[in-house]
Ligand binder design. Structure first.
Ligand code: BGC
Ligand code: BGC
Length: 851
């Protein structure tokens, strides 16, 4: 690894010296510079790679002659259809063992929201049972085809995190704060064992992204913004998961396949947008985002997942230069490359149903959750027509088979017969929980400790407040049991410990008393209060934010801190968060401030550091260090409050606190995705009543009248005074309320992410005729969705009604250029009040749509 780092440095300097050579290299070296025009693999100059500038790891998978002979023989016997099946991965929600038998699929996965037999929260036993069924189907040779064992991939990204009862380790951002590569390996191994209990063989982890903008909702999946810190973990995590490099068949030991993701620069996109574009030069791409792939390959990582995102405008899964010329040829990656969830459908010239480009670029397996059957047909035809060269297909199949052989899958027998299978006592085993608890304790970062308030003194009467104190789902974050980690409660985490429970036990053990009171109220004045607060769970897309601020609705506990402080009670703030946020008000309000990140199931690790035992000492001191800088205001790229590597020990007294500025540095504008709130449209947006022959009436004043008096508008209270508008419509023809903007907005990734258009309204008089929502894109296309649900709403109550953005896409609108996201229309009489129009995920009622 030392060697590889030197290689990186050398390549960076070569790049600086080598500018003049760029043009000719681009023409000669690679496929991606290919001729113009129709070639779907051609890329613009800014997205051309120069493989010779990339580091070449000092390790290459050794050739196993026996494996190679078996692979050759197998491929010779496989039909085109069998080969295509082998490079497809279907999601549990859209595939049955019978499908596997018939189509000879190479792999299945469980997406964030799917589990065995249609139950995302299915018991561990069901996972193993279904694994056996898939295995048996894949080995069935009654149709005269080759039996090839199937491999099942799962997002065990912080422990075996889809399974009830599994140990949940801190998410990667917390592990980055811990600075302990030895413990990383132990976490990898414990995770692998738990996966083996339920019969899967492959985890889509570790995420080795190097996030550069923490507004990205997946930033917490990365260890650090520092490539060297990420690189120092990668090899150890892979060793923990897969075992030592070339250590023989993994399934004989307690191991599974790992997958480093998301190749490449998923953490480098502009504004931290999920699935966005990394507009950076090749040197930066190599130095920051490429760095962790060197130790990954040296540790023998068997699979790599490509990113949804692009580099300088070219989606990675279709970038032959990066996938083939760099990763496979230059960096000696010897495993197979899998795409992300239907990412192939986003490539130029591709649809979810058909995409030769990805395999032609060099990917070896399509993650085609619900689209595998279409791809099976289209790829088969593309191979037969020569659009996908047979040699490329054979190479992809060979890579998949090679990995399966190194895994030991051919000899392993059915999942339930393998070592560790069905040993339910290993799920959430005490020895695994102990590792997680240690990781939690080591990941805590102490930012403030006035008057040496921490550790809490033995015998103290402790009040534990805050809405996150007794909420394990909140500690666990996204990618926990459900995709976004939402909709869960403590009963779904058997064996886990909330931060409150951990504190209660430790405080009592030290002779004190503890009480839980989320709103901070008490009967007997406590000696000290701990307020646990912070972010709620999120994952892809839904976690992206506009500025580095805690959502307004989550800041209540900061008021609680101020209140307690004013009552003369010393306050310790404990923040649950996936990222550093502007926190000056809380930092000022509290006497001590601990960042707990997303600690997972072992909340007791927090108390290990925060609470002193009877001897006056805590089990361990704070040693966590920031894995990325902490901001002084809410602006990305703004001033730093605490640098990377900052973190106090509780043993050293801190100088007297100087109050921090409480200016977030952000102009008060409507947050991203809020089109109407507080009675007014977002700035630069217009609220219009239309329906006649003209362009409609723009509503600027509080009260207004439009459509020759058929519609009157008045302000009404909602949340705040005049926080909504009431529309009294007399009927007698079209009447439309709409929100417009001259600059179209791109909501395509929100559409992919199953985000909803939410309208909060109150029906004041039932509609006399049908109502409908529509959305118009800049190309003039309008998609309309009938909303009979509105007539069924109770009169006089505020309700939030959702229309899935996907309904509008299905209706033909261009979601990448939306000019009017909201139109509510009816021809008859109705009175309603409009409170809020915004993108979001939680509603009272969801409008049904075809599509
Ligand atoms: C995510 C991946 C994940 C996959 C399977 C994708 O949407 O980007 O990180 O492994 O889904 O759930
Ligand atoms: C799945 C996730 C996947 C996501 C991508 C969800 O429905 O459950 O696993 O990552 O879709 O869009």
């Amino acid at each position: 690894m030392m060697f590889a780092r030197a290689g990186l440095a050398a390549s960076a300097s070569m790049l600086l010296a080598g500018c003049a050579a760029t043009v000719t290299q681009a023409n000669t070296a690679q496929s991606n510079a290919a001729a113009a025009g129709a070639d779907p693999l051609a890329v613009p100059a800014a997205a051309q790679v120069h493989p010779e500038k990339w580091p070449a790891p000092q390790w290459k998978v050794p050739v196993n002659a026996d494996h190679e002979a078996r692979i050759k023989a197998l491929i010779a016997r496989m039909s085109v259809e069998e080969k295509v099946g082998q490079i497809l991965q279907a999601d549990l929600a859209a595939v049955t063992p019978e499908d596997v038998r018939k189509y000879h699929l190479g792999s299945v996965l469980n997406g964030g929201n799917s589990g065995p037999y249609g139950n995302d929260l299915g018991p561990a036993q069901d996972w193993l049972k279904l694994a056996d069924e898939f295995y048996a189907a894949s080995m069935d040779e009654r149709d005269g085809k080759q039996g090839i064992p199937i491999v099942w991939g799962t997002d065990a990204v912080h422990g075996h995190s889809n399974i009830i009862g599994a140990t949940l380790f801190p998410h990667n951002v917390g592990l980055g704060a811990m600075r302990d590569p030895d413990l990383i390996e132990k976490i990898g191994k414990a995770t692998a064992v738990e996966i083996r209990v339920t019969g899967q063989e492959w985890t889509f982890a570790p995420t080795i992204t190097v996030p550069q903008d923490y507004r990205w909702g997946r930033a917490y999946e990365g260890y650090s913004s520092d490539p060297a810190l990420v690189a120092s973990y990668v090899g150890r995590m892979i060793k923990g998961l897969q075992g030592p490099v070339d250590g023989g068949p993994m399934l004989k030991g307690p191991y599974v396949l790992a997958s480093t993701k998301h190749f490449l620069a998923d953490g480098g996109t502009t504004d931290g947008r999920d699935q966005g574009d990394a507009a950076i030069d090749e040197d930066t791409l190599i130095r920051i985002h490429g760095a962790p792939y060197v130790p990954a390959i040296e540790a023998g990582v068997e699979t790599v997942m490509t990113s949804f995102s692009s580099w300088n405008g070219v989606k990675i899964a279709g970038h032959r230069g990066l996938v083939t010329d760099v990763l496979k040829n230059r960096m000696n990656f010897g495993g197979f490359i899998v795409t992300d969830w239907n990412a192939h459908g986003q490539l130029k010239g591709c649809t979810n149903a058909s995409c030769a480009t990805a395999v032609n670029a060099g990917i070896d397996m399509y993650m085609a959750p619900d689209t595998w059957k279409d791809l099976y047909a289209s790829l088969t035809a593309q191979v037969k027509s020569g659009e996908v060269p047979m040699a490329r297909l054979d190479e992809a199949v060979a890579r998949v088979l090679r990995v399966k052989m190194r895994l030991g899958l051919f000899e392993a027998g059915k999942p339930s017969s393998r070592p560790y299978s069905g040993q339910w006592n290993l799920l959430g085993a005490p020895e695994h929980r102990a590792i997680a608890r240690e990781a939690v304790a080591k990941s805590l970062v102490l930012l403030k400790n006035q008057g040496s308030l921490l550790p809490l003194k033995p015998g103290a009467n402790v009040l534990v407040a805050g809405d996150a104190a007794d909420d394990i789902a909140r500690q666990a974050g996204g990618w926990t049991l459900t995709w976004q980690g939402t909709g869960l409660n403590n009963s779904q985490f058997p064996g886990a410990t909330s931060i409150w429970k951990g504190l209660e036990t430790a405080v009592k053990d030290a002779g004190g008393s503890a009480s839980l009171s989320p709103d901070g109220s008490y009967t007997k004045k406590p000696d000290v209060a701990v307020v646990v607060f912070g972010e709620t769970p999120y994952a892809e897309f839904q976690g992206d934010i506009q500025s580095l601020q805690l959502k307004a609705e989550l800041t209540g506990p900061i008021e609680t801190m101020k209140k307690l402080k004013a009552q003369g009670i010393p306050v310790v703030a404990v923040m649950i968060t996936g990222r550093p946020l502007y926190m000056n008000p809380a930092l000022n309000a509290a006497d001590a401030f601990v960042v707990a990140w997303l600690p997972g199931s072992e909340g007791a690790g927090v108390a290990d550091v925060m609470v002193a035992g009877r001897n006056g000492q805590a089990k361990r001191d704070f040693t966590g260090k920031l894995p990325t800088a902490w901001p002084a205001n809410a602006v990305h790229g703004g001033p730093t409050l605490y640098p990377f590597g900052y973190g106090l020990s509780a043993r050293t007294a801190q100088p007297t606190w100087k109050p921090l500025s409480e200016d977030a540095g952000i102009r008060e504008t409507a947050e991203n995705g809020v089109y109407f709130a507080r009675g007014v449209p977002a700035s630069s947006w217009s609220l219009i009543v239309a329906g006649g022959s003209d362009g409609g009436t723009r509503i600027t004043t509080g009260s207004a009248s439009a459509l020759d008096g058929r519609v009157t508008v008045t302000p009404v209270d909602y949340g705040i005074q005049e926080g909504a508008r009431r529309f009294v419509m007399a009927g007698g023809g079209r009447q439309v309320v709409q929100l417009n903007n001259f600059t179209p907005v791109d909501v395509s990734r929100e559409t992919n992410g199953e985000v909803l258009l939410l309208t909060t309204l109150r029906i004041d008089e039932k509609p006399a005729s049908a109502m409908q929502f529509s959305l118009t894109s800049a190309d003039g296309k309008t998609a309309t969705v009938a909303a009979p649900e509105l007539a069924a709403l109770p009169v006089g109550e505020w309700k939030t009604v959702a229309v899935p953005l996907q309904c509008f896409r299905a209706g033909g609108a261009d979601m990448s250029r939306v000019s009017t996201p909201f139109q509510l229309e009816t021809a008859g009489r109705v009175t309603f009040s409009l409170g809020r129009v915004a993108l979001g995920t939680v509603a009272d009622v969801t409008v049904k749509c075809a599509g």
